[in-house]
Design a protein around this ligand. Sequence first.
Ligand code: PEP
Ligand code: MG
Length: 556
Amino acid sequence: METTLRGVGVSHGVAIGEVRHMGTAVLEPPAKQIPAEDVEREKGRARQAVEAVAADLTARGNLAGGEAQAVLEAQALMAQDPELRADVERRISVGSTAERAVYDAFATYRDLLAGAGEYLAGRIADLDDVRNRIVARLLGVPMPGVPDSEQPYVLIARDLAPADTALLDPSLVLGFVTEEGGPTSHSAILARALGVPAVVALRGATELAEGMVIAVDGSSGEVFPEPSTEHAERMRASAAKRRAEMAASAGPGATSDGHKVPLLANIGGPEDVPAAVEAGAEGVGLFRTEFLFLDDSATAPSEEKQLQAYRSVLEAFPEGRVVVRVLDAGADKPLDFLTPGDEPNPALGVRGLRTLLEHPEVLHTQLSALARASEGLPVHLEVMAPMVADRTDAKAFADACRAAGLHAKAGAMVEIPSAALRARSILQEVEFLSLGTNDLAQYTFAADRQVGAVSQWQDPWHPALLDLVALSAEAARAESKSCGVCGEAASDPLLACVLTGLGVTSLSMTAASLPYVRTTLATYTLAQCERAAAAARAADTASEARGAAHAVLSGE
Ligand code: PEP
Ligand code: MG
């Protein structure tokens, strides 16, 4: 009997391969006393670990070549430094374990470097990495950071920071599974952008044995340790069939009876545009501009730099619609020069539009850059504000757009329940709504989107969230304005049909999800989507809602 582990599927597809663990930061080894007869053995262990790490760094340098080789060779030399070695041995002689002696000797060396001028202080991270590698080897735990593997593997981690995800090589990482993290955490969003199957919030993920073969289904969230050959074949075959269907899918988004639902892409900058175009996006539904600001969190990028980035995105969709979200700083995306550092509860603090209204010059520069970037282009530019709470917020944003000479539709994101409840009043000030279901779930269920332990509450299938979506869509229809979804909810194919049934007018998602949503939407009529939506709203829990919608659409 095969075991099935269940987490939350956040990036479609199937991955079958060997487990490799992401090494965690090395913990401080306990300060234990060793008996005198163990001293020589401990010294031998320390010497061996140092040599092995130095050899490994040199070998990796030879493979990498160029600048990376110079850095890795310098690290190998640090590991073999004679003074450090003498210090380690001295500490072992007075009763330290090998790992503790390495840890303490490096700490002394580290303090010396820190006080020795800017250049040497800059080498501290390299020194820490060498120390972590030696200590990890002595403790017999995985090396810190992304695994060094030349064979493709399935990556297992407690959680992945955006910085880790950026280091992953998509040609080696078949997929990934994390113990923590919710479906709307920014690391899950970045994983989807990488286009590899992924499952998050899987209890026990970090206990899967290194080297064990597992099969990951990024759609259902299931993980099968040591699947039988037949099972693995079946999964591969159905994934290949699905991929072929996807490759054949093209054209604008619509239900089977022709009700149009434009399918747009979520992007973080010009580098995401080619994938969006290739997936057939009809435009951009969410341009997360904060990625432009995160490069250097000490100052805002200049108007010129912003103008170039915006223009290259706008030019890629000549007749299309491009919805740019103004800077959403704060909470999980803090910026040194804008975000207060002392908030007890940053997600409930000064973030999004609140930050911009406190720093009107930052908003004005961004809106002016957008106005200039769109000059002379046929594109349909729309600009929206994150974290709008009510009509006063919406008016402040619309006024700022006018003051910057922007000839674009101004819109409000619905991310706070108050905005959904007062959608009609907000629409007196702006031209469109866009539902940010990630934050809307966070604030509706009081569940921090970065905390894996409450990830069951970040489920956009919950009928309470569907009610807020319905309220917003109904308000937009009454005002003859549009109401799209740009949160991760739009990338779940079944939920996309339900959102359509609730009256949402466009769906925006990571490029990799577009073909899945397009093919599923094209399978059902608008009336079927409406019935599925009604059934989901009549349920009491997220899983009942999902089951009810599934039953309606599959005709069970
Ligand atoms: C959202 O909250 O749903 C959203 C689209 O914005 P972000 O994920 O960038 O906070
Ligand atoms: Mg948001």
